[in-house]
Design a protein around this ligand. Structure first.
Ligand code: ATP
Ligand code: MG
Length: 274
């Protein structure tokens, strides 16, 4: 039954027309960041430096960076974390997920609106998530939306009005597609987000999410993976190469079988064809 509380909650959920869209952003960073390898902190640190650059430098009112890396390597979460930590008055996530079913003109309009809104704020950060999906890129043909591409190219190159500053953080799973589309020269900086490829990072994640009740349990599982050849790097054994997103989902799957967690994890990893 709907009661007064529901109405009050509904009121709380109304977002301002422009401004920080916390809800969207919080959703993509709710699982948090695990500091499983040095690159994680380096990427966050580099992002923070760009945030500072845009905040203080009058010479660079527009800075755009690209986070690229294989599927599930953590690009969206990192971009959103950098954006969220900026403390800028305007923070927006532009994601193809919120444009499902949009026609091309609707997409272009939505993208234009986010940028137009950002120009009203002295300091803005826009996360343009999953560029190739935003561009409707498909390998067959290949095809993509030229009108979305042209709109983005213009917006990525346009200086904000006087006194306004904008940081654009784009993400993409395919650097080569962006290069083919003539997009990649547009970034001030390109940062690679690598997958998990070493056993220590892997162990760090297992420990952090407490898949096993004890350190011994975790070590046991790691020993089992090493037994299967992971981390051996001899050109024949299965190679560890997995995005943190995928790993976290395998972990949750393995958790469902409390009696055989390590076995389940191993078979899932082998099943990935690693
Ligand atoms: P896709 O290629 O499908 O767009 P992605 O590279 O954008 O995937 P995310 O959607 O960011 O990946 O998923 C990463 C998930 O892993 C998130 O749930 C995030 O909270 C979690 N995570 C844990 N540690 C990290 C980390 N160090 N870096 C990034 N994400 C992390
Ligand atoms: Mg993503």
């Amino acid at each position: 039954r709907i009661n007064r509380n529901d109405f009050m909650n509904a009121l709380d959920e109304v977002q301002p027309a422009f401004g920080v869209s916390e809800e969207e952003l919080q959703q993509v960073i709710q699982n948090g960041i695990i500091h499983f390898a040095p690159h994680v902190d380096e990427l966050l640190k580099t992002g923070q430096l760009f945030v500072e650059q845009v905040r203080v430098s009058t010479r660079t009112p527009l800075v755009s960076i690209l986070l690229h890396g294989p599927p599930g390597s953590g690009k969206t979460a990192l971009a959103a974390t950098i954006a969220s930590a900026s403390g800028y008055p305007f923070i927006k996530l532009l994601s193809p997920d919120t444009m499902v079913g949009y026609s091309e003109p609707q997409k272009v309009a939505a993208i234009n609106k986010v940028f137009a809104d950002s120009y009203k704020s002295p300091l803005s950060v826009i996360v343009v998530d999953n560029l190739e999906r935003l561009l409707d890129w498909t390998p067959i043909g290949p095809r993509f939306s030229n009108s979305v591409l042209q709109a983005l190219l213009v917006l990525f190159g346009r200086r904000p009005p006087k006194g306004r500053r904008l940081l654009i953080i784009a993400t993409s799973s395919s650097h080569s597609i962006l290069t083919d589309l003539g997009f990649s020269e547009n970034f001030d900086s390109e940062l690679r987000v690598p997958p998990i490829s070493n056993i220590h990072s892997f162990e760090h994640v297992l420990t952090e999410v407490e898949l096993f009740n004890s350190a011994a349990g975790t070590r046991n599982a790691i020993a089992m993976l090493q037994e299967a050849g992971f981390g051996r790097d001899d050109g024949q054994s299965p190679v560890l190469n997995i995005g943190v997103k995928k790993l976290l989902s395998l972990i949750e799957m393995a958790r469902q079988e409390p009696d055989a967690v390590a076995e389940r994890l191993l078979s899932a990893l082998l099943g990935l064809g690693m």
